[in-house]
Design a protein around this ligand. Structure first.
Ligand SMILES: C[S@@+](CC[C@H](N)C(=O)[O-])C[C@H]1O[C@@H](n2cnc3c(N)ncnc32)[C@H](O)[C@@H]1O
Length: 260
């Protein structure tokens, strides 16, 4: 039996979830510019989420193929593309990062927003990179990012953080709480999310819990996996403004190329 993708439960709170991430806007501009500047040929975003990146690129004239394993997320992305009037520039495919298949080799494949961390092990990440390599045209590019792991991250459940408070003028809406714990041995962060539906009087009408895991990877290991998958590394940045990768960098942003 295939497990239900964790993101099926995130579709309803996706916008609020993303708004809570400091680098979200810079990251979006970085990837939209890349998609727009890519050479001729299909460009692909793996893990489209609510479509905030691919829809913006489509709005600015680029056709994009979006791949995601969550049916609810694809539905959300499709609805937002319709509202933006760009549905005809997006091709959405329900598939896994590790075995998606394109009709034509791509000129660019991106995996934005730490999404590679949804693949739990280095072996799975390597499998995904090898798959991407096989779906790129010679000279095609692969760009992705992940956060740099902060070793101060708690190993025991800590404080519940309020991640988002989305309420209308009447006070009705939703509170999204997050509690994350790291498992150093497995290099995983366990993320428990509590969603409270609140009525106009402030009373909680319903509470739901959603859980997901996110793995991390050290930059030296990322480099090794990229090279093993057959990529040539063009650049490693420390943020989405293309700043150098150095001590204290918040991110690893990799730009790689399929050489042959
Ligand atoms: C962090 S979110 C998406 C981010 C989106 N690119 C953005 O910048 O807002 C990760 C997305 O990857 C999808 N996803 C996670 N694991 C996947 C897998 N193995 N194959 C395909 N999609 C996956 C999730 O359903 C989710 O939509």
């Amino acid at each position: 039996m295939t497990a239900r993708p964790a993101y099926d439960d995130f579709a309803a709170i996706y916008d609020a979830w993303v708004d809570g991430v400091a680098a979200a806007d810079e990251m979006r501009s970085f990837y939209v510019e890349l998609l727009l500047a890519a050479a001729d040929g299909p460009v692909v975003e793996l893990g489209v989420g609510n479509g905030r990146i691919c829809i913006e690129a489509a709005r600015r004239g680029r056709r994009v193929i979006g791949v995601d394993s969550s049916a609810a997320i694809l539905e959300l992305c499709r609805r937002r593309a319709d509202e933006a009037g760009v549905a005809d520039r997006l091709e959405l495919i329900a598939a896994d990062f590790r075995d998606f298949e394109l009709e034509q080799p791509a000129s660019l494949v991106v995996i934005p927003f730490h999404s590679i961390g949804h693949l739990p092990t280095d072996e799975e990440k390597l499998r995904c990179m090898a798959r991407i390599h096989s779906q790129l045209a010679p000279g095609g590019r692969f760009v992705w990012d992940h956060f740099i792991f902060d070793s101060d991250y708690p190993t025991t459940p800590g404080t519940l953080n309020l991640r988002a408070d989305v309420r209308d003028a009447d006070g009705r809406g939703r509170l999204v709480w997050e509690l994350s714990t790291r498992d150093a041995e497995r290099r995983m962060i366990d993320i428990l999310v509590r969603i409270e539906e609140v009525d106009a009087t402030g009373a909680v009408e319903a509470t739901r819990y959603v859980r997901m895991e996110m793995s991390w990877i050290a930059p030296e290991r990322s480099r090794e996996l990229l090279e093993r998958a057959g990529f040539e590394i063009e650049a490693l940045y420390g943020d989405f403004r293309r700043g150098p990768f150095e001590d204290g960098a918040s991110h690893q942003v990799w730009c790689a190329r399929r050489s042959g």
